[in-house]
Design a binder for this molecule. Structure first.
Ligand SMILES: [Zn+2]
Ligand SMILES: [Zn+2]
Length: 471
């Protein structure tokens, strides 16, 4: 009689099943993600996100085909545009400014409306969308940015959805507040129903029951409207990181441009937005196009939105000024401001006079020796006057004794400086001021250039000097 295997108890079976599941999960987690493998002729299709391709490429193409056989009625066109703006606002005012950035608070009816019409834009659930968007802000332009423009404009626009992404690569963000929001949780759980109903069924019913255009409602207010809303909001990730100015910070890619704003219901002031993401506005000037901001403001007047957040104007201006300063510094660095005083050789006064006797056209102003040989012929005051200063301390002459030279003349003079005279009085003043760290003479900009302000050139002397250094 052979021994039969002992029957497995229920507890043992459960443990074995648990161990098996655990082993499978570990194996799955350790398996290299497809994105870690190079794309080849054999595996390229494995790199594609087929569900997304279906949702954002195939369905719109089918819509285009359908439109060919479906005349566009006037009311269907109006309804499509109206529903376009509603579903667009669901993304910009709802998904983006309310949930991803908490830039204001919304009452329950407004939240339900935004979660519904936002779902009708077919861009994923609030929860999924906001998690990626927070990673985009936290890790802008890096590998952890899910739609980094550094991977190419097309990638940031649509490639990141068409191609599979390794979820482990995307930067982690905290979405605990979203997990506590029942509207967000409900929408995430029933997302496919929300998409089907708000994306296609509802716009079709409105056109069908409204004016009998069931097919037009489905094709135009449904499929093609989804396509336009998707492409418009995708532009925030692509165009807004590629086209325009950077008035607040230029270390990363976000940019401000009116065209992007027109396409994206006001999300085009993206440089501002990345600097001040919790501000409910993207455009801060009244004349800039930001209908999302106008909508939120209107909801506030209606009692549907509250706690609208705005960054302090003082802080916004600080950023703007710092960026302007950076641009000025860059421009300053491209100009010739003359050899810095501290790099000039020191000359004895006797040597200065000696060199002039030997034919060099040197003029001493405020302790700085200038070689004006090349300039004598061009001197606006004539050759005779400039020649009369050669070999002398012309500080007083230059500063009003004979002619009160312009700011431009002082600037030009700095290009001719060749030496400083030992003990020259203004140089001594400059050295002392530099030691005391006085702003007017020692301020250095971000490119390392000394800032020479108008009227504060070293050769500019307020009180014309009378006495020349002893010779
Ligand atoms: Zn961005
Ligand atoms: Zn954002």
């Amino acid at each position: 009689m052979s021994a039969a295997p002992a029957p497995m108890s229920a507890a043992d079976a459960a443990t074995a099943a648990y161990e098996l599941r655990k082993a499978n999960a570990i194996a799955r987690a350790n398996r290299p993600h497809i994105t870690d493998q190079p794309m080849t002729a054999k595996n390229w299709w494995k790199h594609l996100n087929l569900l997304n391709i279906y949702l954002i490429v195939i369905i719109p193409l089918m819509g285009l085909y359908g439109a060919w056989y479906t005349p566009l009625q006037k009311w269907t066109l109006i309804w499509s545009v109206v529903y376009y703006f509603n579903t667009g606002l669901g993304i910009t005012a709802g998904y983006h400014r309310l949930w991803a950035h908490s830039s204001y608070s919304a009452s329950l009816p407004l939240k339900i409306y935004l979660a519904a019409v936002g779902g009708g834009a077919v861009e994923g659930s609030v929860r999924w969308w906001s998690r990626d968007h927070r990673a985009h802000h936290r890790y802008t332009d890096t590998d952890k940015d899910p739609y980094s423009v550094r991977k190419g404009l097309l990638y940031s626009h649509i490639g990141w959805m068409v191609m599979k992404q390794n979820p482990k690569r995307i930067g982690r963000t905290d979405i605990s507040d979203l997990n506590d929001d029942p509207v967000v949780v409900w929408q995430h759980k029933h997302y496919l129903w929300v998409v089907a109903f708000m994306g296609l069924i509802f716009p079709t019913i409105v056109a069908g029951l409204g004016w009998g255009d069931w097919k037009g409602g489905f094709i135009y207010a449904g499929i093609l409207r989804i396509f336009f809303v998707q492409q418009a909001t995708f532009c925030v990730n692509s165009l807004a990181h590629w086209l325009g100015d950077q008035p607040f910070d230029d270390r990363n890619s976000p940019r401000d441009h009116v065209i992007t704003a027109l396409v994206t219901l006001g999300e085009g002031y993206h440089n501002f937005h990345h600097e001040f993401p919790s501000d409910y506005r993207n455009a801060i000037e009244w004349h800039q196009y930001d209908p999302t901001k106008w909508a939120i403001w209107t909801w506030k007047q209606l009692g549907l939105a509250y706690n609208l957040k705005q960054f302090r104007a003082n802080e916004i201006e600080k950023g703007r000024i710092q960026q302007l300063q950076k641009k000025i510094d860059r421009k300053r660095a491209t100009l010739d401001w003359g050899v810095p005083l501290e790099q000039l050789p020191v000359m004895e006064f006797d040597d200065f006079q000696e060199e002039c006797k030997n034919g060099r056209a040197l003029i001493l102003i405020a302790g700085v020796v200038h070689d004006v040989t090349s300039f004598i012929k061009e001197h606006p005051g004539g050759k005779a006057l400039i020649n009369s200063g050669i070999g002398k301390d012309a500080t007083a002459i230059f500063n009003g004794g004979v002619y009160q030279h312009s700011n431009a003349a002082h600037n030009l003079l700095s290009n001719f400086r060749v030496a400083v005279v030992r003990g020259g009085c203004e140089v001594e003043i400059w050295k002392r001021a530099a030691g005391e760290n006085k702003d007017s003479v020692s301020a250095i900009d971000s490119t390392g250039q000394r800032i020479v302000r108008a009227g504060q050139q070293v050769t500019k002397v307020a009180e014309p000097l009378v006495a020349a250094p002893a010779s």
